[in-house]
Design a binder for this molecule. Structure first.
Ligand code: SF4
Ligand code: SF4
Ligand code: FES
Length: 332
């Protein structure tokens, strides 16, 4: 336990510690610190390191929410320590608990290994594949890019690569191969760029159809909630899905699920769980065998509706509504 007295309010910090050279498991350590008004969690951690325990490991650089290096878990949620107010955390949670980003290997204390994060960013080829060098005739395209920059790139350019979204992602938690929200948002940034040649866009989307690609996202929205830069990675993933469907990439289970779902709702006015699995796996014997146990369970629990049941009243209004939405949605 370390006590440093400087000013105003005395707080107890619980910091998750792990030093691979001496510890076999992670363990919490408490520090008590008198903190001043307006301090951030990062300010406090730096003081703890300077005044209590120099061995505390953490990453930071800009202290201004620009470099992305100080992302960590603060009171159970992924945040940038340099823009997290101690006062607000205290008001909301009544204590300050700090831990490294979840679901990434811990190197020491609050420092995680970001190697897999960078590898996934590299895998989506985060660069523009444009045609020949721009000529005077291309000026309208350049102007279009500048004039529409913000809406067009959907704020994806604002990403500071902090990794908070990946740490919060429920799919990454159970499937470490998932490309993840940050890398997929980066891919979307180039999809939205009119200077990229169509063949490159197609190749980009095609690569994202594989296992661990865009169709693995469960749309839990956590990446949107924790992103400190309002990148909204989940929305970027939805744009990538739409762009894939518009280009006829419809063979994955995810794509078939979306198309089958829409088709059923449009035809019957509801989701029909008896037919939906067939829409997703088709009549492939292996796929059918795979879903058979689940189908049996659903049947015996009365969850399988009559596949030839009546349509719902008001179906024509619903169909007209779907058609209106289709016409109003611009292509990606
Ligand atoms: S919405 Fe998708 S990408 Fe975002 S956290 Fe959830 S599963 Fe991960
Ligand atoms: S998308 Fe947001 S949360 Fe994810 S790495 Fe970029 S800035 Fe961080
Ligand atoms: S120190 Fe750079 S984002 Fe926090």
């Amino acid at each position: 336990m370390c006590d440093v007295t400087i000013s105003l309010m005395r707080l107890t910090f619980t910091i998750q510690r792990f030093n691979p050279e001496v510890d076999s498991i992670v363990h919490p350590q408490e520090f008590r610190l008198d903190v001043g008004r307006g301090m951030t969690v990062l300010d406090a951690l730096i003081r703890i390191k300077n005044e209590c325990d120099g061995s505390l490991a953490l990453r930071y650089s800009c202290r201004s929410a620009i470099c992305g290096s100080c992302a960590m878990t603060i009171n159970g949620s992924e945040k940038l320590a340099c823009r997290t107010s101690l006062r607000k955390e205290l008001e909301q949670h009544g204590h300050i608990a700090v831990a490294p980003l979840r679901n990434l290997p811990v190197i020491k204390d609050l420092v995680v290994d970001m190697a897999s994060f960078w590898e996934k960013i590299r895998d989506v080829h985060p660069w523009l594949v444009s045609g020949a060098r721009p000529t005077d005739e291309d000026i309208p395209v350049q102007t279009q890019v500048q004039g529409r920059a913000n809406p067009q790139f959907h704020n994806v350019d604002a990403c500071i690569m902090c990794g908070a979204c990946v740490a919060a992602c429920t799919v990454h938690e159970v499937s470490k191969g998932f490309a993840g929200p940050a890398a997929l948002a980066k891919a979307d940034r180039f999809l939205s760029d009119p200077r990229e040649v169509p063949s490159a866009t197609r190749a980009r989307l095609s690569a994202l159809q594989d296992e661990h690609g865009i169709w693995d996202c469960t749309r839990c929205n956590f990446c949107v909630e924790v992103c400190p830069k309002d990148v909204k990675p989940m929305e970027a993933i939805i744009r990538l899905r739409r762009a894939s469907l518009e280009r006829g990439m419809t063979t994955t289970g995810g794509a078939r699920h979306v198309l089958g779902f829409t088709e059923l709702v449009e035809q019957q006015g509801r989701l029909n769980e008896a037919i939906m699995p067939l829409k997703v796996v088709g009549f492939a014997p292996r796929g059918l065998l795979h879903i058979l146990p689940l189908g049996m369970k659903m049947f015996f629990k009365g969850k399988v509706p009559n596949p030839f049941g009546h349509s719902f009243p008001g179906l024509s209004q619903l169909q007209a509504f779907i058609e209106r939405v289709r016409r109003a949605t611009p292509p990606v």
